[in-house]
Design a binder for this molecule. Structure first.
Ligand code: SAM
Length: 291
Protein backbone atom coordinates (compact mmCIF):
# COMPACT_ATOMS: atom_id res chain seq x y z
CA UNK A 1 0.00 0.00 0.00
CA UNK A 2 1.34 3.48 -0.78
CA UNK A 3 2.35 5.68 2.15
CA UNK A 4 -0.64 7.12 4.01
CA UNK A 5 -1.46 10.61 2.65
CA UNK A 6 -0.18 13.48 4.71
CA UNK A 7 -2.33 14.51 7.64
CA UNK A 8 -1.27 18.13 7.33
CA UNK A 9 -1.79 20.48 4.40
CA UNK A 10 -1.52 24.26 4.78
CA UNK A 11 -5.01 25.78 4.81
CA UNK A 12 -6.74 22.44 5.40
CA UNK A 13 -7.72 20.29 8.36
CA UNK A 14 -7.29 16.63 7.44
CA UNK A 15 -9.13 14.35 9.83
CA UNK A 16 -7.11 11.17 10.24
CA UNK A 17 -9.39 8.87 12.25
CA UNK A 18 -8.45 5.98 9.95
CA UNK A 19 -5.21 4.89 8.26
CA UNK A 20 -6.93 4.43 4.91
CA UNK A 21 -9.64 7.08 4.84
CA UNK A 22 -9.36 10.85 5.33
CA UNK A 23 -11.78 13.77 5.51
CA UNK A 24 -10.40 17.21 4.58
CA UNK A 25 -12.01 20.59 5.32
CA UNK A 26 -10.60 23.84 3.99
CA UNK A 27 -9.84 26.50 6.59
CA UNK A 28 -10.86 30.06 5.73
CA UNK A 29 -9.74 31.39 9.11
CA UNK A 30 -8.37 29.68 12.23
CA UNK A 31 -10.13 31.31 15.19
CA UNK A 32 -8.64 29.24 18.00
CA UNK A 33 -5.88 26.66 18.37
CA UNK A 34 -4.74 25.52 21.82
CA UNK A 35 -3.72 22.56 23.92
CA UNK A 36 -5.77 22.22 27.12
CA UNK A 37 -3.82 19.40 28.75
CA UNK A 38 -6.65 17.01 27.79
CA UNK A 39 -6.70 17.59 24.05
CA UNK A 40 -5.88 20.02 21.27
CA UNK A 41 -8.82 22.33 20.60
CA UNK A 42 -9.19 24.09 17.24
CA UNK A 43 -11.96 26.20 15.75
CA UNK A 44 -11.82 27.33 12.15
CA UNK A 45 -14.28 28.58 9.55
CA UNK A 46 -15.16 26.54 6.45
CA UNK A 47 -17.21 27.98 3.55
CA UNK A 48 -19.71 25.08 3.57
CA UNK A 49 -20.03 24.17 7.26
CA UNK A 50 -19.37 27.47 8.98
CA UNK A 51 -17.43 27.27 12.23
CA UNK A 52 -15.89 23.82 12.84
CA UNK A 53 -14.69 22.47 16.19
CA UNK A 54 -12.02 19.76 16.22
CA UNK A 55 -10.47 18.01 19.21
CA UNK A 56 -7.16 16.36 18.39
CA UNK A 57 -7.99 17.08 14.73
CA UNK A 58 -11.21 15.05 14.82
CA UNK A 59 -14.39 16.90 13.84
CA UNK A 60 -16.60 17.30 16.91
CA UNK A 61 -19.29 19.59 15.59
CA UNK A 62 -19.93 22.20 12.92
CA UNK A 63 -22.41 25.05 12.76
CA UNK A 64 -23.66 23.62 9.47
CA UNK A 65 -24.83 20.16 10.51
CA UNK A 66 -24.84 20.07 14.33
CA UNK A 67 -28.64 20.36 14.40
CA UNK A 68 -29.03 16.80 13.13
CA UNK A 69 -26.87 15.26 15.84
CA UNK A 70 -28.15 17.38 18.74
CA UNK A 71 -31.84 17.05 17.82
CA UNK A 72 -31.65 13.27 17.44
CA UNK A 73 -29.76 12.62 20.69
CA UNK A 74 -32.20 14.74 22.74
CA UNK A 75 -35.74 14.76 21.30
CA UNK A 76 -35.82 10.99 20.62
CA UNK A 77 -35.23 9.88 24.25
CA UNK A 78 -37.08 12.85 25.84
CA UNK A 79 -40.24 12.50 23.71
CA UNK A 80 -40.17 8.70 23.91
CA UNK A 81 -39.91 8.93 27.71
CA UNK A 82 -42.79 11.39 27.90
CA UNK A 83 -42.17 12.68 31.44
CA UNK A 84 -38.44 13.42 31.63
CA UNK A 85 -37.73 15.92 34.39
CA UNK A 86 -34.02 15.31 35.13
CA UNK A 87 -31.44 14.86 32.35
CA UNK A 88 -27.71 14.07 32.56
CA UNK A 89 -25.34 14.96 29.72
CA UNK A 90 -21.87 13.40 29.79
CA UNK A 91 -19.50 15.46 27.64
CA UNK A 92 -21.23 17.97 25.41
CA UNK A 93 -18.74 20.75 26.11
CA UNK A 94 -19.82 22.82 23.11
CA UNK A 95 -23.26 23.31 24.68
CA UNK A 96 -25.32 22.12 21.70
CA UNK A 97 -26.79 19.14 23.57
CA UNK A 98 -27.73 21.27 26.57
CA UNK A 99 -29.38 23.81 24.23
CA UNK A 100 -31.67 21.21 22.73
CA UNK A 101 -32.53 19.53 26.06
CA UNK A 102 -33.38 22.88 27.67
CA UNK A 103 -35.86 23.68 24.91
CA UNK A 104 -38.15 21.20 26.70
CA UNK A 105 -39.79 23.35 29.38
CA UNK A 106 -40.93 20.09 31.00
CA UNK A 107 -37.27 19.35 31.86
CA UNK A 108 -36.57 20.94 35.22
CA UNK A 109 -32.94 20.03 35.75
CA UNK A 110 -29.95 19.29 33.51
CA UNK A 111 -26.58 18.17 34.87
CA UNK A 112 -23.76 18.39 32.33
CA UNK A 113 -20.48 16.66 33.20
CA UNK A 114 -17.66 17.84 30.93
CA UNK A 115 -14.03 16.87 31.59
CA UNK A 116 -12.42 19.85 29.88
CA UNK A 117 -13.30 23.35 31.07
CA UNK A 118 -11.34 24.63 28.08
CA UNK A 119 -13.96 23.28 25.67
CA UNK A 120 -16.76 25.07 27.52
CA UNK A 121 -14.82 28.32 27.84
CA UNK A 122 -13.94 28.71 24.21
CA UNK A 123 -17.26 27.31 22.93
CA UNK A 124 -19.04 30.20 24.67
CA UNK A 125 -16.70 32.60 22.87
CA UNK A 126 -16.07 31.01 19.46
CA UNK A 127 -19.18 28.85 18.97
CA UNK A 128 -21.93 30.88 20.66
CA UNK A 129 -24.58 29.64 18.22
CA UNK A 130 -24.20 26.12 19.60
CA UNK A 131 -24.95 26.78 23.25
CA UNK A 132 -27.25 29.75 22.36
CA UNK A 133 -27.47 30.82 25.99
CA UNK A 134 -27.76 27.29 27.48
CA UNK A 135 -24.89 27.93 29.89
CA UNK A 136 -26.89 30.78 31.46
CA UNK A 137 -30.05 28.73 31.94
CA UNK A 138 -30.74 28.36 35.70
CA UNK A 139 -31.80 24.74 35.12
CA UNK A 140 -28.28 23.82 33.99
CA UNK A 141 -25.79 22.48 36.53
CA UNK A 142 -22.34 22.33 34.86
CA UNK A 143 -19.85 19.96 36.50
CA UNK A 144 -16.23 19.86 35.30
CA UNK A 145 -15.23 16.24 35.89
CA UNK A 146 -14.65 12.89 34.26
CA UNK A 147 -18.06 11.45 33.39
CA UNK A 148 -16.91 7.99 34.46
CA UNK A 149 -16.06 9.29 37.94
CA UNK A 150 -19.34 11.17 38.15
CA UNK A 151 -21.57 8.15 37.54
CA UNK A 152 -19.50 6.14 40.00
CA UNK A 153 -20.03 8.68 42.79
CA UNK A 154 -23.45 10.16 41.97
CA UNK A 155 -26.48 9.45 44.15
CA UNK A 156 -28.67 11.37 41.66
CA UNK A 157 -31.18 9.61 39.43
CA UNK A 158 -31.97 10.77 35.90
CA UNK A 159 -34.80 10.09 33.46
CA UNK A 160 -32.51 10.47 30.42
CA UNK A 161 -28.72 10.14 30.25
CA UNK A 162 -27.03 11.36 27.05
CA UNK A 163 -23.41 10.45 26.38
CA UNK A 164 -22.12 13.14 24.01
CA UNK A 165 -18.46 12.20 24.11
CA UNK A 166 -15.51 12.23 21.79
CA UNK A 167 -14.58 8.98 20.05
CA UNK A 168 -13.16 6.16 22.22
CA UNK A 169 -9.66 7.59 22.17
CA UNK A 170 -8.03 9.79 24.79
CA UNK A 171 -10.35 11.01 27.59
CA UNK A 172 -13.39 9.60 25.79
CA UNK A 173 -12.18 6.00 25.90
CA UNK A 174 -13.47 5.36 29.41
CA UNK A 175 -17.00 6.26 28.29
CA UNK A 176 -17.17 3.21 26.03
CA UNK A 177 -16.55 0.60 28.74
CA UNK A 178 -18.89 -1.95 30.32
CA UNK A 179 -18.04 -0.51 33.75
CA UNK A 180 -19.13 2.96 32.71
CA UNK A 181 -22.36 1.68 31.13
CA UNK A 182 -23.18 -0.32 34.27
CA UNK A 183 -22.63 2.70 36.51
CA UNK A 184 -24.58 4.95 34.15
CA UNK A 185 -27.50 2.51 34.33
CA UNK A 186 -27.40 2.73 38.13
CA UNK A 187 -27.96 6.50 37.73
CA UNK A 188 -31.18 5.96 35.75
CA UNK A 189 -34.56 6.50 37.43
CA UNK A 190 -37.38 3.96 36.88
CA UNK A 191 -38.08 3.81 33.13
CA UNK A 192 -34.98 5.90 32.40
CA UNK A 193 -33.19 5.84 29.04
CA UNK A 194 -29.45 5.84 28.25
CA UNK A 195 -28.44 7.08 24.77
CA UNK A 196 -24.92 7.32 23.40
CA UNK A 197 -22.94 8.77 20.53
CA UNK A 198 -21.83 5.46 19.02
CA UNK A 199 -19.83 6.29 15.90
CA UNK A 200 -20.34 5.52 12.23
CA UNK A 201 -20.93 1.75 12.01
CA UNK A 202 -19.77 1.47 8.39
CA UNK A 203 -16.27 2.44 9.58
CA UNK A 204 -16.46 1.91 13.37
CA UNK A 205 -18.57 -1.27 13.55
CA UNK A 206 -16.65 -2.74 16.48
CA UNK A 207 -17.52 0.31 18.61
CA UNK A 208 -21.23 -0.38 18.12
CA UNK A 209 -20.85 -4.12 18.68
CA UNK A 210 -19.04 -3.54 21.98
CA UNK A 211 -21.64 -1.08 23.23
CA UNK A 212 -24.55 -3.29 22.15
CA UNK A 213 -23.03 -6.34 23.83
CA UNK A 214 -22.81 -4.35 27.08
CA UNK A 215 -26.34 -2.92 26.63
CA UNK A 216 -27.84 -6.36 25.90
CA UNK A 217 -26.44 -7.58 29.23
CA UNK A 218 -27.73 -4.50 31.09
CA UNK A 219 -31.10 -3.57 29.58
CA UNK A 220 -34.36 -5.26 28.60
CA UNK A 221 -34.48 -3.01 25.51
CA UNK A 222 -31.05 -2.55 23.88
CA UNK A 223 -30.67 -1.36 20.31
CA UNK A 224 -29.56 1.69 18.35
CA UNK A 225 -31.09 4.24 16.04
CA UNK A 226 -29.46 6.22 13.24
CA UNK A 227 -29.09 9.55 11.48
CA UNK A 228 -26.59 10.87 8.95
CA UNK A 229 -24.46 13.84 9.95
CA UNK A 230 -22.38 14.86 6.90
CA UNK A 231 -19.18 15.74 8.78
CA UNK A 232 -19.18 12.46 10.74
CA UNK A 233 -17.67 10.88 7.67
CA UNK A 234 -18.47 7.35 6.50
CA UNK A 235 -22.26 7.10 6.46
CA UNK A 236 -25.06 7.15 9.04
CA UNK A 237 -24.12 7.45 12.73
CA UNK A 238 -25.48 5.06 15.37
CA UNK A 239 -26.93 6.20 18.67
CA UNK A 240 -26.96 3.54 21.38
CA UNK A 241 -30.32 3.07 23.15
CA UNK A 242 -30.76 1.23 26.45
CA UNK A 243 -33.70 1.11 28.83
CA UNK A 244 -35.65 -1.31 31.01
CA UNK A 245 -38.83 0.57 30.16
CA UNK A 246 -41.16 0.49 27.16
CA UNK A 247 -40.41 3.98 25.79
CA UNK A 248 -39.43 2.65 22.36
CA UNK A 249 -42.95 1.28 21.95
CA UNK A 250 -44.44 4.79 22.16
CA UNK A 251 -46.85 5.07 19.22
CA UNK A 252 -46.28 7.63 16.41
CA UNK A 253 -49.59 9.26 17.40
CA UNK A 254 -48.43 9.78 20.99
CA UNK A 255 -45.02 11.04 19.79
CA UNK A 256 -46.89 13.51 17.57
CA UNK A 257 -48.97 14.72 20.53
CA UNK A 258 -45.92 15.11 22.75
CA UNK A 259 -43.96 16.90 20.01
CA UNK A 260 -46.90 19.27 19.49
CA UNK A 261 -47.19 19.89 23.23
CA UNK A 262 -43.44 20.55 23.53
CA UNK A 263 -43.91 23.46 21.11
CA UNK A 264 -40.39 23.28 19.71
CA UNK A 265 -39.41 23.83 16.08
CA UNK A 266 -36.80 21.53 14.61
CA UNK A 267 -34.80 21.22 11.37
CA UNK A 268 -34.31 17.45 11.40
CA UNK A 269 -36.42 15.73 14.08
CA UNK A 270 -40.03 14.78 13.32
CA UNK A 271 -42.07 12.04 15.02
CA UNK A 272 -41.94 10.07 11.73
CA UNK A 273 -38.13 10.41 11.54
CA UNK A 274 -38.03 9.31 15.21
CA UNK A 275 -39.88 6.09 14.45
CA UNK A 276 -37.99 5.45 11.20
CA UNK A 277 -34.58 5.97 12.83
CA UNK A 278 -34.94 2.65 14.65
CA UNK A 279 -35.39 0.73 11.36
CA UNK A 280 -31.86 -0.64 10.96
CA UNK A 281 -30.16 -1.85 7.75
CA UNK A 282 -28.99 -5.45 7.71
CA UNK A 283 -25.26 -4.55 7.98
CA UNK A 284 -26.01 -2.71 11.24
CA UNK A 285 -28.27 -5.46 12.61
CA UNK A 286 -25.40 -7.88 11.91
CA UNK A 287 -23.18 -5.76 14.21
CA UNK A 288 -25.60 -6.16 17.13
CA UNK A 289 -25.23 -9.41 19.14
CA UNK A 290 -28.53 -11.34 18.62
CA UNK A 291 -29.40 -8.30 16.45
N1 SAM B 1 -20.47 15.50 18.75
C1 SAM B 1 -19.12 15.06 19.08
C2 SAM B 1 -18.87 13.67 18.59
O1 SAM B 1 -19.85 13.00 18.20
O2 SAM B 1 -17.71 13.27 18.58
C3 SAM B 1 -18.87 15.25 20.56
C4 SAM B 1 -18.84 16.69 20.91
S1 SAM B 1 -18.44 17.18 22.51
C5 SAM B 1 -17.33 18.43 22.11
C6 SAM B 1 -17.42 15.87 23.13
C7 SAM B 1 -16.98 16.25 24.54
O3 SAM B 1 -16.69 15.08 25.32
C8 SAM B 1 -15.68 17.10 24.58
O4 SAM B 1 -15.99 18.38 25.08
C9 SAM B 1 -14.76 16.32 25.51
O5 SAM B 1 -13.96 17.17 26.32
C10 SAM B 1 -15.76 15.52 26.32
N2 SAM B 1 -15.22 14.34 27.00
C11 SAM B 1 -14.35 13.42 26.52
N3 SAM B 1 -14.09 12.48 27.45
C12 SAM B 1 -14.83 12.81 28.55
C13 SAM B 1 -15.00 12.24 29.85
N4 SAM B 1 -14.34 11.11 30.20
N5 SAM B 1 -15.86 12.84 30.72
C14 SAM B 1 -16.53 13.96 30.38
N6 SAM B 1 -16.40 14.58 29.17
C15 SAM B 1 -15.56 14.00 28.27
Amino acid sequence: MTDAPRTTLPGWTIEALYDDYRQALSEDEVLYDSETGHQRIRVFTNPRFGRVLTLDDVVQTTEGDEFIYHEMLTHVPILAHGAAKRVLIIGGGDGGMAREVLRHTSVGHVTMVEIDAGVVAFSKKYLPSLSAGAFDDPRLNLVIADGAEFVRESADRFDVIIVDSTDPVGPGEVLFTDTFYGRAKSCLAEGGILVTQNGVPFLQGEELTNTMRAFKALFRDATCYMATIPTYAGGPMAFGWGTDGTARQTSPEVLEQRFEAAGISTRYYTPQVHTGAFALPRYVLDLIPNG
